[in-house]
Ligand binder design. Structure first.
Ligand SMILES: Nc1ncnc2c1ncn2[C@@H]1O[C@H](COP(=O)(O)OP(=O)(O)OP(=O)(O)O)[C@@H](O)[C@H]1O
Ligand SMILES: [Mg+2]
Length: 508
Protein backbone atom coordinates (compact mmCIF):
# COMPACT_ATOMS: atom_id res chain seq x y z
CA UNK A 1 0.00 0.00 0.00
CA UNK A 2 1.47 3.41 -0.88
CA UNK A 3 2.02 5.59 2.15
CA UNK A 4 0.27 8.52 0.63
CA UNK A 5 -3.20 8.64 -0.73
CA UNK A 6 -3.70 11.65 -2.99
CA UNK A 7 -6.34 13.07 -0.68
CA UNK A 8 -3.90 13.14 2.22
CA UNK A 9 -1.52 15.41 0.46
CA UNK A 10 -1.17 18.81 1.93
CA UNK A 11 -3.00 21.12 -0.36
CA UNK A 12 -1.78 24.40 1.03
CA UNK A 13 -0.99 25.74 -2.35
CA UNK A 14 -4.25 24.60 -3.82
CA UNK A 15 -6.45 27.09 -2.19
CA UNK A 16 -10.04 26.61 -1.27
CA UNK A 17 -11.14 28.66 -4.22
CA UNK A 18 -9.26 26.46 -6.64
CA UNK A 19 -10.91 23.37 -5.23
CA UNK A 20 -14.35 24.96 -5.42
CA UNK A 21 -13.73 26.00 -9.01
CA UNK A 22 -12.50 22.55 -9.85
CA UNK A 23 -15.79 21.24 -8.40
CA UNK A 24 -14.31 19.11 -5.70
CA UNK A 25 -17.44 17.60 -4.17
CA UNK A 26 -16.42 17.37 -0.50
CA UNK A 27 -13.68 19.42 1.09
CA UNK A 28 -12.52 18.97 4.67
CA UNK A 29 -11.26 22.30 5.92
CA UNK A 30 -9.23 22.23 9.11
CA UNK A 31 -9.20 25.52 10.94
CA UNK A 32 -9.58 27.05 14.35
CA UNK A 33 -10.72 30.26 12.81
CA UNK A 34 -14.35 29.85 11.87
CA UNK A 35 -15.00 33.54 11.30
CA UNK A 36 -12.03 34.00 9.04
CA UNK A 37 -12.94 30.93 7.06
CA UNK A 38 -16.54 32.08 6.69
CA UNK A 39 -15.35 35.42 5.31
CA UNK A 40 -13.28 33.60 2.72
CA UNK A 41 -16.21 31.33 1.83
CA UNK A 42 -18.45 34.39 1.45
CA UNK A 43 -15.89 35.93 -0.87
CA UNK A 44 -15.67 32.83 -3.02
CA UNK A 45 -19.44 32.34 -3.07
CA UNK A 46 -20.15 35.86 -4.22
CA UNK A 47 -17.45 35.72 -6.87
CA UNK A 48 -18.68 32.40 -8.21
CA UNK A 49 -22.35 33.22 -7.70
CA UNK A 50 -23.18 30.44 -5.32
CA UNK A 51 -25.50 30.43 -2.35
CA UNK A 52 -24.20 29.48 1.06
CA UNK A 53 -25.94 27.12 3.45
CA UNK A 54 -24.59 26.41 6.88
CA UNK A 55 -25.37 23.32 8.91
CA UNK A 56 -24.87 22.96 12.64
CA UNK A 57 -26.33 20.33 14.89
CA UNK A 58 -28.14 23.02 16.87
CA UNK A 59 -29.58 25.06 13.98
CA UNK A 60 -29.92 22.53 11.23
CA UNK A 61 -29.45 23.66 7.66
CA UNK A 62 -29.81 27.43 7.25
CA UNK A 63 -29.30 29.85 4.40
CA UNK A 64 -26.34 32.10 5.15
CA UNK A 65 -26.15 35.65 3.90
CA UNK A 66 -23.16 37.84 4.40
CA UNK A 67 -23.54 41.36 5.68
CA UNK A 68 -24.42 42.85 8.99
CA UNK A 69 -27.66 42.10 10.79
CA UNK A 70 -28.91 39.23 8.68
CA UNK A 71 -26.09 36.75 8.97
CA UNK A 72 -28.48 33.86 9.17
CA UNK A 73 -31.96 33.60 7.75
CA UNK A 74 -34.21 31.36 5.76
CA UNK A 75 -36.16 28.19 6.15
CA UNK A 76 -34.74 25.82 8.69
CA UNK A 77 -33.71 22.48 7.34
CA UNK A 78 -32.91 19.22 8.97
CA UNK A 79 -30.72 18.79 12.00
CA UNK A 80 -30.37 15.10 11.41
CA UNK A 81 -26.83 14.44 10.17
CA UNK A 82 -27.95 11.54 7.98
CA UNK A 83 -31.09 13.11 6.46
CA UNK A 84 -28.96 16.18 5.80
CA UNK A 85 -26.94 14.34 3.18
CA UNK A 86 -30.10 13.56 1.22
CA UNK A 87 -31.46 17.04 1.69
CA UNK A 88 -28.35 18.60 0.17
CA UNK A 89 -29.05 16.66 -3.01
CA UNK A 90 -32.49 18.26 -3.32
CA UNK A 91 -31.07 21.78 -3.80
CA UNK A 92 -30.77 22.75 -7.42
CA UNK A 93 -28.84 26.03 -7.48
CA UNK A 94 -25.04 26.03 -7.28
CA UNK A 95 -24.17 26.34 -3.62
CA UNK A 96 -21.59 25.88 -0.94
CA UNK A 97 -22.76 23.83 2.01
CA UNK A 98 -20.71 24.48 5.11
CA UNK A 99 -21.08 21.70 7.67
CA UNK A 100 -19.70 22.90 10.97
CA UNK A 101 -18.31 20.30 13.35
CA UNK A 102 -19.69 17.41 11.38
CA UNK A 103 -16.73 15.12 12.10
CA UNK A 104 -18.20 13.36 15.16
CA UNK A 105 -20.89 11.82 12.93
CA UNK A 106 -18.43 10.49 10.42
CA UNK A 107 -17.75 7.43 12.53
CA UNK A 108 -21.19 6.07 11.66
CA UNK A 109 -21.26 3.64 8.76
CA UNK A 110 -24.54 5.07 7.42
CA UNK A 111 -22.96 8.52 7.36
CA UNK A 112 -19.87 7.20 5.60
CA UNK A 113 -22.04 5.57 2.94
CA UNK A 114 -24.14 8.73 2.67
CA UNK A 115 -21.09 10.93 2.17
CA UNK A 116 -19.72 8.67 -0.52
CA UNK A 117 -23.02 8.74 -2.39
CA UNK A 118 -23.17 12.48 -1.97
CA UNK A 119 -19.67 12.86 -3.40
CA UNK A 120 -20.71 10.92 -6.50
CA UNK A 121 -23.87 12.98 -6.85
CA UNK A 122 -22.13 16.34 -6.44
CA UNK A 123 -19.56 15.59 -9.11
CA UNK A 124 -22.28 16.33 -11.68
CA UNK A 125 -23.11 19.67 -10.10
CA UNK A 126 -21.51 23.01 -9.24
CA UNK A 127 -22.13 22.49 -5.57
CA UNK A 128 -19.49 21.68 -2.98
CA UNK A 129 -19.75 20.59 0.61
CA UNK A 130 -17.20 22.02 3.02
CA UNK A 131 -16.68 20.21 6.29
CA UNK A 132 -15.37 22.88 8.63
CA UNK A 133 -13.82 21.76 11.85
CA UNK A 134 -10.87 22.51 14.11
CA UNK A 135 -9.97 18.85 14.34
CA UNK A 136 -8.97 16.49 11.62
CA UNK A 137 -10.61 13.15 11.90
CA UNK A 138 -11.19 11.46 8.61
CA UNK A 139 -12.13 7.80 8.54
CA UNK A 140 -9.89 5.87 6.13
CA UNK A 141 -12.96 4.78 4.10
CA UNK A 142 -13.52 8.39 3.08
CA UNK A 143 -10.00 9.33 2.17
CA UNK A 144 -10.57 8.99 -1.54
CA UNK A 145 -13.79 11.01 -1.59
CA UNK A 146 -12.82 13.91 0.63
CA UNK A 147 -10.00 16.39 0.10
CA UNK A 148 -8.29 17.88 3.12
CA UNK A 149 -7.35 21.54 3.02
CA UNK A 150 -5.49 23.47 5.65
CA UNK A 151 -6.58 27.03 5.95
CA UNK A 152 -3.38 29.05 6.12
CA UNK A 153 -2.68 31.32 9.06
CA UNK A 154 -3.28 35.02 8.45
CA UNK A 155 -0.64 36.72 6.39
CA UNK A 156 0.89 40.11 6.97
CA UNK A 157 -1.85 41.92 5.10
CA UNK A 158 -4.57 40.40 7.27
CA UNK A 159 -2.64 41.12 10.43
CA UNK A 160 -2.11 44.67 9.30
CA UNK A 161 -5.85 45.13 8.76
CA UNK A 162 -6.41 43.90 12.29
CA UNK A 163 -3.75 46.21 13.66
CA UNK A 164 -5.09 49.24 11.86
CA UNK A 165 -8.62 48.51 12.99
CA UNK A 166 -7.40 48.41 16.59
CA UNK A 167 -5.56 51.69 16.03
CA UNK A 168 -8.71 53.16 14.58
CA UNK A 169 -10.89 51.98 17.46
CA UNK A 170 -8.55 53.56 19.98
CA UNK A 171 -8.13 56.85 18.18
CA UNK A 172 -8.97 59.65 20.58
CA UNK A 173 -8.53 57.47 23.68
CA UNK A 174 -5.84 59.33 25.52
CA UNK A 175 -5.11 56.28 27.73
CA UNK A 176 -3.91 54.26 24.80
CA UNK A 177 -1.11 54.86 22.37
CA UNK A 178 -1.01 52.84 19.15
CA UNK A 179 1.96 53.58 16.95
CA UNK A 180 1.05 53.63 13.27
CA UNK A 181 4.45 54.51 11.86
CA UNK A 182 5.29 51.96 9.14
CA UNK A 183 8.48 50.76 10.92
CA UNK A 184 6.63 50.13 14.17
CA UNK A 185 3.81 48.29 12.42
CA UNK A 186 6.34 46.24 10.53
CA UNK A 187 8.14 45.09 13.68
CA UNK A 188 4.94 44.37 15.58
CA UNK A 189 3.51 42.32 12.73
CA UNK A 190 6.77 40.43 12.33
CA UNK A 191 6.46 39.52 16.01
CA UNK A 192 2.84 38.45 15.68
CA UNK A 193 3.08 36.42 12.51
CA UNK A 194 2.38 32.73 13.07
CA UNK A 195 -0.63 33.46 15.27
CA UNK A 196 -4.26 33.11 14.32
CA UNK A 197 -6.22 36.33 13.98
CA UNK A 198 -7.89 35.77 17.32
CA UNK A 199 -4.61 35.03 19.03
CA UNK A 200 -3.01 38.12 17.53
CA UNK A 201 -5.94 40.23 18.64
CA UNK A 202 -5.67 38.85 22.17
CA UNK A 203 -1.94 39.47 22.31
CA UNK A 204 -2.33 43.06 21.10
CA UNK A 205 -5.11 43.59 23.62
CA UNK A 206 -2.99 42.13 26.42
CA UNK A 207 -0.14 44.49 25.56
CA UNK A 208 -2.54 47.41 25.62
CA UNK A 209 -3.96 46.41 28.98
CA UNK A 210 -0.53 45.95 30.50
CA UNK A 211 1.32 48.94 29.11
CA UNK A 212 -1.34 51.11 27.53
CA UNK A 213 0.70 51.04 24.35
CA UNK A 214 1.35 49.24 21.11
CA UNK A 215 4.72 50.49 20.01
CA UNK A 216 8.10 49.08 19.19
CA UNK A 217 8.66 48.76 22.93
CA UNK A 218 6.02 46.03 22.99
CA UNK A 219 7.73 43.92 20.32
CA UNK A 220 9.62 41.70 22.82
CA UNK A 221 6.39 41.16 24.74
CA UNK A 222 4.56 40.08 21.58
CA UNK A 223 7.38 37.67 20.75
CA UNK A 224 7.30 36.12 24.18
CA UNK A 225 3.52 35.72 24.03
CA UNK A 226 3.87 34.11 20.62
CA UNK A 227 6.46 31.69 21.98
CA UNK A 228 4.09 30.64 24.71
CA UNK A 229 1.16 30.24 22.36
CA UNK A 230 3.26 28.14 20.01
CA UNK A 231 4.55 26.02 22.87
CA UNK A 232 0.96 25.33 23.88
CA UNK A 233 0.43 23.59 20.54
CA UNK A 234 2.45 20.92 22.30
CA UNK A 235 4.86 19.91 19.62
CA UNK A 236 6.63 23.03 18.42
CA UNK A 237 8.92 25.16 20.49
CA UNK A 238 11.07 28.19 19.83
CA UNK A 239 14.61 27.46 20.95
CA UNK A 240 17.03 30.18 21.96
CA UNK A 241 20.15 28.48 20.77
CA UNK A 242 23.30 29.91 22.27
CA UNK A 243 25.55 27.47 20.45
CA UNK A 244 27.76 28.74 17.72
CA UNK A 245 29.63 26.92 14.97
CA UNK A 246 32.85 27.74 16.80
CA UNK A 247 31.67 25.36 19.54
CA UNK A 248 31.69 22.48 17.07
CA UNK A 249 34.98 20.67 16.68
CA UNK A 250 35.86 19.04 13.36
CA UNK A 251 33.11 18.20 10.86
CA UNK A 252 34.71 20.54 8.32
CA UNK A 253 32.87 19.17 5.32
CA UNK A 254 29.53 19.66 7.03
CA UNK A 255 30.49 23.18 8.08
CA UNK A 256 31.57 24.07 4.57
CA UNK A 257 28.26 22.84 3.20
CA UNK A 258 26.34 24.92 5.72
CA UNK A 259 28.52 27.92 5.08
CA UNK A 260 27.73 27.80 1.37
CA UNK A 261 24.03 27.98 2.11
CA UNK A 262 24.28 30.73 4.69
CA UNK A 263 22.95 33.44 2.46
CA UNK A 264 20.67 31.27 0.39
CA UNK A 265 17.50 32.53 2.09
CA UNK A 266 17.92 36.12 1.00
CA UNK A 267 15.69 37.34 -1.84
CA UNK A 268 18.82 38.12 -3.87
CA UNK A 269 19.63 34.40 -3.87
CA UNK A 270 16.26 33.70 -5.51
CA UNK A 271 16.77 36.24 -8.24
CA UNK A 272 20.24 34.84 -8.77
CA UNK A 273 18.57 31.50 -9.47
CA UNK A 274 19.43 29.54 -6.33
CA UNK A 275 16.74 27.17 -5.07
CA UNK A 276 15.65 27.50 -1.42
CA UNK A 277 17.60 24.90 0.56
CA UNK A 278 15.15 22.27 1.81
CA UNK A 279 16.93 20.51 4.57
CA UNK A 280 19.63 18.24 5.79
CA UNK A 281 19.77 15.00 7.75
CA UNK A 282 22.54 14.22 10.23
CA UNK A 283 22.94 10.55 11.03
CA UNK A 284 25.62 8.81 12.97
CA UNK A 285 27.23 7.86 16.21
CA UNK A 286 25.87 9.09 19.56
CA UNK A 287 27.47 12.09 21.16
CA UNK A 288 29.40 13.25 18.12
CA UNK A 289 27.75 16.62 17.68
CA UNK A 290 24.60 16.11 15.63
CA UNK A 291 22.30 18.00 17.96
CA UNK A 292 25.03 20.51 18.71
CA UNK A 293 25.39 21.29 15.00
CA UNK A 294 21.66 21.57 14.49
CA UNK A 295 21.45 24.17 17.25
CA UNK A 296 24.48 26.07 15.98
CA UNK A 297 23.05 26.56 12.52
CA UNK A 298 20.49 28.97 13.94
CA UNK A 299 23.16 31.46 15.00
CA UNK A 300 25.32 30.72 12.01
CA UNK A 301 22.52 31.59 9.61
CA UNK A 302 20.82 34.15 11.88
CA UNK A 303 17.50 32.37 11.54
CA UNK A 304 15.11 31.47 14.35
CA UNK A 305 14.96 27.86 15.44
CA UNK A 306 11.79 25.88 15.97
CA UNK A 307 12.03 22.41 17.41
CA UNK A 308 9.47 19.80 16.47
CA UNK A 309 9.14 17.30 19.27
CA UNK A 310 8.66 13.90 17.69
CA UNK A 311 7.98 12.17 20.98
CA UNK A 312 5.14 14.53 21.82
CA UNK A 313 3.81 14.44 18.31
CA UNK A 314 3.09 10.76 18.63
CA UNK A 315 2.31 10.55 22.29
CA UNK A 316 -0.68 12.83 21.96
CA UNK A 317 -4.07 11.39 21.24
CA UNK A 318 -4.25 9.23 18.21
CA UNK A 319 -5.87 11.28 15.50
CA UNK A 320 -4.90 14.62 16.97
CA UNK A 321 -1.32 13.87 15.90
CA UNK A 322 -2.48 14.55 12.40
CA UNK A 323 -3.84 17.97 13.07
CA UNK A 324 -0.83 18.71 15.26
CA UNK A 325 1.60 18.09 12.46
CA UNK A 326 -0.46 20.24 10.12
CA UNK A 327 -0.63 23.04 12.62
CA UNK A 328 3.12 22.80 13.19
CA UNK A 329 3.71 23.02 9.46
CA UNK A 330 1.46 26.02 9.01
CA UNK A 331 3.07 27.85 11.91
CA UNK A 332 6.55 27.13 10.57
CA UNK A 333 5.55 28.33 7.11
CA UNK A 334 4.04 31.52 8.38
CA UNK A 335 7.10 32.44 10.46
CA UNK A 336 9.52 31.54 7.66
CA UNK A 337 12.38 31.95 6.97
CA UNK A 338 13.01 29.61 9.86
CA UNK A 339 14.86 26.43 10.73
CA UNK A 340 12.77 23.50 11.82
CA UNK A 341 14.80 21.10 13.90
CA UNK A 342 13.48 17.56 14.13
CA UNK A 343 15.72 15.87 16.68
CA UNK A 344 15.86 12.08 16.73
CA UNK A 345 13.45 11.66 13.88
CA UNK A 346 14.08 7.91 13.98
CA UNK A 347 12.39 7.62 17.38
CA UNK A 348 9.08 8.87 16.05
CA UNK A 349 8.99 6.84 12.91
CA UNK A 350 10.33 3.54 14.12
CA UNK A 351 7.84 0.84 13.34
CA UNK A 352 5.85 2.96 10.98
CA UNK A 353 5.11 0.06 8.69
CA UNK A 354 3.26 -1.80 11.39
CA UNK A 355 1.33 1.32 12.34
CA UNK A 356 -1.80 0.27 10.49
CA UNK A 357 -2.14 -2.53 13.01
CA UNK A 358 -1.44 -0.56 16.14
CA UNK A 359 -2.99 2.88 15.66
CA UNK A 360 -5.22 2.55 12.60
CA UNK A 361 -2.57 4.17 10.43
CA UNK A 362 -2.14 7.46 12.28
CA UNK A 363 1.64 7.18 12.40
CA UNK A 364 1.74 6.42 8.71
CA UNK A 365 -0.46 9.38 7.88
CA UNK A 366 1.48 11.79 10.05
CA UNK A 367 4.61 10.54 8.43
CA UNK A 368 3.10 10.92 4.99
CA UNK A 369 2.06 14.49 5.72
CA UNK A 370 5.52 15.42 6.94
CA UNK A 371 7.41 13.74 4.14
CA UNK A 372 5.22 15.16 1.40
CA UNK A 373 5.53 18.60 2.89
CA UNK A 374 9.31 18.25 3.01
CA UNK A 375 9.28 17.37 -0.64
CA UNK A 376 6.84 19.98 -1.88
CA UNK A 377 7.27 22.92 0.45
CA UNK A 378 8.08 26.22 -1.14
CA UNK A 379 8.30 28.31 1.99
CA UNK A 380 11.74 28.97 3.43
CA UNK A 381 11.56 26.39 6.17
CA UNK A 382 14.87 24.59 6.40
CA UNK A 383 14.50 21.21 8.05
CA UNK A 384 17.40 19.83 10.07
CA UNK A 385 16.73 16.30 11.19
CA UNK A 386 18.99 14.12 13.28
CA UNK A 387 18.90 10.37 13.70
CA UNK A 388 20.92 7.61 15.33
CA UNK A 389 19.34 4.53 14.05
CA UNK A 390 19.04 5.03 10.34
CA UNK A 391 17.93 1.49 9.78
CA UNK A 392 14.66 2.13 11.53
CA UNK A 393 13.96 5.10 9.27
CA UNK A 394 11.45 4.42 6.53
CA UNK A 395 13.23 4.48 3.16
CA UNK A 396 10.80 7.12 1.87
CA UNK A 397 12.45 9.72 4.01
CA UNK A 398 15.85 9.10 2.53
CA UNK A 399 14.68 9.35 -1.04
CA UNK A 400 16.04 12.17 -3.16
CA UNK A 401 14.16 15.43 -2.87
CA UNK A 402 13.37 15.22 0.84
CA UNK A 403 16.77 16.36 2.05
CA UNK A 404 19.38 18.22 0.08
CA UNK A 405 22.05 16.12 1.74
CA UNK A 406 22.52 13.35 4.27
CA UNK A 407 25.64 13.63 6.43
CA UNK A 408 27.20 10.84 8.39
CA UNK A 409 28.74 12.07 11.63
CA UNK A 410 31.36 9.58 12.76
CA UNK A 411 33.59 9.40 15.83
CA UNK A 412 36.12 12.23 15.68
CA UNK A 413 39.53 11.55 14.19
CA UNK A 414 42.78 12.56 15.90
CA UNK A 415 42.78 16.12 14.64
CA UNK A 416 39.10 16.57 15.48
CA UNK A 417 39.61 15.22 18.99
CA UNK A 418 42.28 17.75 19.68
CA UNK A 419 40.02 20.51 18.42
CA UNK A 420 37.20 19.26 20.65
CA UNK A 421 39.55 19.23 23.66
CA UNK A 422 40.61 22.76 22.96
CA UNK A 423 36.99 23.93 22.60
CA UNK A 424 35.99 22.44 25.93
CA UNK A 425 39.10 23.65 27.73
CA UNK A 426 38.70 27.16 26.37
CA UNK A 427 35.03 27.27 27.26
CA UNK A 428 36.14 26.62 30.86
CA UNK A 429 38.64 29.44 30.71
CA UNK A 430 41.74 27.30 30.50
CA UNK A 431 44.73 28.30 28.40
CA UNK A 432 45.26 25.50 25.91
CA UNK A 433 48.97 26.31 25.71
CA UNK A 434 49.24 24.53 29.07
CA UNK A 435 47.93 21.26 27.67
CA UNK A 436 49.49 18.60 25.45
CA UNK A 437 46.71 18.32 22.88
CA UNK A 438 48.32 15.59 20.74
CA UNK A 439 48.68 13.47 23.85
CA UNK A 440 45.06 14.01 24.85
CA UNK A 441 43.98 13.22 21.36
CA UNK A 442 45.98 10.00 21.28
CA UNK A 443 44.63 8.89 24.64
CA UNK A 444 41.03 9.39 23.55
CA UNK A 445 40.92 7.37 20.38
CA UNK A 446 37.45 5.90 19.91
CA UNK A 447 35.87 8.51 22.21
CA UNK A 448 33.00 10.72 21.10
CA UNK A 449 32.86 14.48 21.55
CA UNK A 450 30.43 14.01 24.42
CA UNK A 451 32.81 11.56 26.12
CA UNK A 452 35.71 13.96 25.65
CA UNK A 453 33.70 16.70 27.29
CA UNK A 454 32.79 14.35 30.13
CA UNK A 455 36.46 13.51 30.68
CA UNK A 456 37.30 17.20 30.98
CA UNK A 457 34.46 17.72 33.44
CA UNK A 458 35.40 14.71 35.48
CA UNK A 459 39.02 15.91 35.71
CA UNK A 460 37.70 19.31 36.79
CA UNK A 461 35.80 17.73 39.67
CA UNK A 462 38.88 15.88 40.85
CA UNK A 463 41.02 18.97 40.65
CA UNK A 464 38.46 21.06 42.49
CA UNK A 465 38.28 18.55 45.31
CA UNK A 466 42.07 18.35 45.54
CA UNK A 467 42.45 22.10 45.34
CA UNK A 468 44.67 21.84 42.26
CA UNK A 469 43.99 22.55 38.61
CA UNK A 470 43.43 20.23 35.68
CA UNK A 471 46.41 19.19 33.59
CA UNK A 472 47.05 16.87 30.68
CA UNK A 473 47.79 13.96 33.01
CA UNK A 474 44.64 14.26 35.08
CA UNK A 475 42.52 14.41 31.92
CA UNK A 476 44.27 11.34 30.50
CA UNK A 477 43.48 9.57 33.75
CA UNK A 478 39.84 10.55 33.50
CA UNK A 479 39.77 9.20 29.96
CA UNK A 480 41.23 5.87 31.10
CA UNK A 481 38.58 5.62 33.80
CA UNK A 482 35.79 5.55 31.28
CA UNK A 483 34.82 2.98 28.75
CA UNK A 484 33.69 4.54 25.49
CA UNK A 485 30.47 3.61 23.74
CA UNK A 486 32.49 2.77 20.66
CA UNK A 487 33.73 -0.32 22.52
CA UNK A 488 30.43 -1.42 24.00
CA UNK A 489 28.53 -0.69 20.82
CA UNK A 490 31.16 -1.62 18.30
CA UNK A 491 28.86 -3.77 16.20
CA UNK A 492 26.17 -1.12 16.03
CA UNK A 493 28.63 1.51 14.93
CA UNK A 494 30.19 -0.74 12.31
CA UNK A 495 26.76 -1.46 10.95
CA UNK A 496 25.92 2.23 10.72
CA UNK A 497 29.16 2.97 8.95
CA UNK A 498 28.39 0.24 6.48
CA UNK A 499 24.95 1.69 5.92
CA UNK A 500 26.36 5.18 5.41
CA UNK A 501 28.89 4.03 2.86
CA UNK A 502 27.54 5.26 -0.47
CA UNK A 503 24.35 6.64 1.06
CA UNK A 504 25.59 9.57 3.09
CA UNK A 505 28.33 12.11 2.83
CA UNK A 506 31.03 12.22 5.47
CA UNK A 507 30.68 15.20 7.79
CA UNK A 508 34.41 15.30 8.47
N1 LIG B 1 32.24 17.75 17.46
C1 LIG B 1 32.06 18.24 18.69
N2 LIG B 1 32.65 19.39 19.06
C2 LIG B 1 32.50 19.89 20.29
N3 LIG B 1 31.73 19.33 21.23
C3 LIG B 1 31.11 18.18 20.94
C4 LIG B 1 31.23 17.57 19.64
N4 LIG B 1 30.50 16.46 19.64
C5 LIG B 1 29.91 16.36 20.84
N5 LIG B 1 30.28 17.39 21.64
C6 LIG B 1 29.84 17.63 23.02
O1 LIG B 1 28.97 16.59 23.39
C7 LIG B 1 27.66 17.11 23.66
C8 LIG B 1 26.62 16.15 23.12
O2 LIG B 1 26.67 16.13 21.72
P1 LIG B 1 25.36 16.08 20.83
O3 LIG B 1 24.18 16.16 21.71
O4 LIG B 1 25.47 17.04 19.74
O5 LIG B 1 25.48 14.61 20.28
P2 LIG B 1 24.52 13.87 19.26
O6 LIG B 1 25.36 13.50 18.09
O7 LIG B 1 23.31 14.65 19.02
O8 LIG B 1 24.22 12.55 20.08
P3 LIG B 1 22.89 11.67 20.16
O9 LIG B 1 22.91 10.83 18.94
O10 LIG B 1 23.09 10.88 21.39
O11 LIG B 1 21.73 12.61 20.22
C9 LIG B 1 27.63 18.45 22.98
O12 LIG B 1 26.72 19.31 23.60
C10 LIG B 1 29.05 18.92 23.10
O13 LIG B 1 29.28 19.51 24.35
MG1 LIG C 1 21.31 14.41 19.68
Amino acid sequence: MPLLEPSQRLTNKMELEVLVRARYPIIYLVSWEEERVMREIERIASKREKKIYVWTISQGLVRHRSGVGSAIEGKKGTKDPILLLKEIQSFEDPALFVLKDYHPYMKDSTVIRGLRDLAVFLRQTSTSVILLSPTLNLPPDLEKDITIVDFPLPDRVELEQLYLSIANDLKGHSNFQVDTAPEAINDLLEAAIGLTLNEAENVFAKALVMTGRLTREEVPFIYSEKRQIIRKTGILEYIDAKENMSAVGGLVSLKRWLSKRRLAFAPQARSFGLPVPKGVLFVGVQGCGKSLCAKSVSNFWSLPLLRLDMGKLFSSFVGSSEQNVRRAISIAESVSPVIMWIDEIDKGFAGIHSSSFSDSGTTARVFGTLVTWMQEKEASVFVIATANNVESLPPEILRKGRFDEIFFVDLPNAEERSEIFSIHLKSRNRDIAHFDLPKLSAASEGYSGAEIEQAVISALYDAYENKTDIATESIVEAIRDTFPLSKTMKEDIDQRRKWADGRARSAS
